[in-house]
Design a protein around this ligand. Structure first.
Ligand SMILES: Nc1ncnc2c1ncn2[C@@H]1O[C@H](COP(=O)(O)OP(=O)(O)OP(=O)(O)O)[C@@H](O)[C@H]1O
Ligand SMILES: [K+]
Length: 301
């Protein structure tokens, strides 16, 4: 049984780099292509697997195709347990990403991720019940997230909810989760009637807003606190948020306080932006321990 369960999306990212984008009916030559495992759920599970091999289980689904097989192999290589990843008669989730002129165009095909529905669950609930923390995002149906969060609350299991991409229903999750980690845009969508300061004060040690290169802001129960990002030679910020969430969840289950867990996750995401791809730069625990901002008082089993 694993300490942490991630329920969420799994995808293959098909990345095309081009200097021209075709008009309707036109064909152009692109520059380069790469295929990398992605999906917010999968990325967060891999972030945890790197830090704590075999202490994280993924619940989700892939299709009966070559992408599905390759994704399962990747999970196993990264320390993520896959007993609860179903293979369903759909295509594996795919994100078709076109990068041009420092901008991107993305088409997401949810495919198998649409079938992550709790109505059919059996052993999945047992895995969750035996864990300490469940990590959720917004790339599986909202109804599934709601059912899981309610179950966790009834059974005393902590929930870390990363509400991305933002949905109008996100605020419904608030009473049932322990930590919610939107970025600035997602936090505005979550609580549109409150300023950032008001929102943070309303949910102390629970609402943790990530601000990209500006770091993280939260309320510690007494006042608003900011944990600055650590300056980095940035190669690719893709996956910074997923690394942050995975590392934060791992640190919380290891007994760190909210502020310490934020600091730990800040080191992890700082390391992650220095490598290409969402999963490419996710650090091991050893790599974090070598960082100058690692605190000697932090203890991991
Ligand atoms: N350029 C950067 N340099 C150093 N740290 C960074 C940088 N960008 C992000 N981070 C770290 O990663 C954390 C999460 O980043 P961010 O707020 O961009 O999340 P996000 O919007 O969910 O990211 P994404 O969707 O791109 O993965 C930040 O709080 C910060 O600690
Ligand atoms: K990266």
């Amino acid at each position: 049984m694993s300490k942490i369960v991630v329920v969420g999306s799994i995808a293959m990212d098909l990345v095309t780099i081009t200097e021209q984008v075709p008009e309707t009916g036109e064909t152009v030559f692109g520059k380069a292509f790469s295929m990398v495992p992605g999906g917010k759920g999968a990325n967060q599970a891999v972030a945890i697997g790197r830090l704590a091999p075999k202490q994280v289980s993924m619940i989700g689904a892939v299709g009966q195709d070559a992408f599905g097989k390759s994704i399962l192999d990747n999970f196993t290589a990264q320390g993520v347990l896959v007993d609860e990843v179903g293979t369903v008669p759909e295509t594996t989730g795919v994100a078709q990403i076109t990068l041009f002129e420092n901008d991107n165009r993305i088409i997401v095909i949810p495919g198998a991720n649409k079938t992550v529905l709790t109505d059919t669950w059996m052993s999945e609930w047992d895995i969750i019940k035996a864990s300490q923390l469940v990590v959720l995002q917004n790339e599986i149906p909202h109804e599934s997230n709601m059912a899981i969060a309610k179950y966790c609350q009834e059974n005393g299991i902590k929930v870390l909810y990363n509400p991305g991409p933002a949905r109008e229903t996100d605020f419904q999750m608030l009473p049932f989760v322990d930590f919610i980690t939107p970025n600035e845009h997602e936090s505005r969508m979550l609580l549109p009637h409150l300023s950032l300061e008001e929102a943070l004060a309303k949910y102390p040690n629970k609402l943790i807003v990530t601000l990209g290169a500006e770091g993280v802001i939260f309320h510690n129960g007494q006042s608003i606190e900011r944990v600055p990002a650590i300056k980095a030679e940035v190669v690719d910020t893709t996956g910074a948020g997923d690394t942050f969430n995975g590392a934060f969840g791992f640190a919380i289950t290891s007994g760190l306080s909210v502020k310490e867990a934020i600091k730990f996750a800040t080191i992890a995401s700082h390391l992650s932006v220095q490598k290409f791809g969402a999963q490419g730069g996710m650090p091991t625990l050893e790599a974090i321990k070598e960082h100058e901002q690692y605190e000697k008082t932090w203890y991991f089993e």
